[in-house]
Design a protein around this ligand. Structure first.
Ligand code: HEC
Length: 120
């Protein structure tokens, strides 16, 4: 009997934990590297069809910017109308991939750079 139970656990544990992992948006997706959040699975499904989701995660824009990008892909690259998915997709993108304040200082102006020395 113990062997049967052990066998059942071995068979069903990966299945049940796998199901839980795909059914939730509370953990970041390791496959796509998308940040966790409501709408993540929609973005993974709709936005990873033609290109890597890295194109999504490496970009930052506000809601208007993301809308413009979607319109551009619809006009030029055959992206289909997103219909009822568009609002939750934009909510997700605008929240998790919003423009962030620059992490680096602005480059120095030419007048602040050291003057080239003779012989440089
Ligand atoms: C029907 C195909 C298709 C789908 C689906 C698609 N895209 Fe694209 N997307 C493209 C193409 C083509 C490019 C241009 C790729 C390149 O420049 O190499 C692109 C480029 C991008 C870029 C880079 C833009 C830039 O300035 O370089 C981002 C960001 C992007 N897509 C986000 C998304 C998002 C978000 C979704 C889901 C709503 C999505 N894509 C779904 C076709 C698609």
């Amino acid at each position: 009997m113990r062997a049967v139970i052990t066998l059942l656990v071995i068979i069903f544990l990966p299945w049940s934990s796998g199901y839980a992992a795909t059914d939730t948006e509370t953990k970041p997706s390791h496959a796509s590297r998308l940040k966790a959040g409501e709408g993540m699975t929609l973005v993974a499904a709709q936005c990873g069809v033609c290109h890597s989701l890295a194109l999504v995660t490496q970009n930052r824009a506000d809601r208007r910017g993301w809308t413009a990008l979607i319109r551009w892909m619809q006009a030029k690259h055959g992206l289909w109308p997103l219909g009822e998915f568009e609002a939750p997709i934009l909510d997700y993108l605008a929240k998790h991939y919003a423009p962030s304040p620059a992490g680096r200082r602005q480059p120095l102006g030419m007048e602040l750079l050291p003057k080239p020395q003779e012989g440089d």
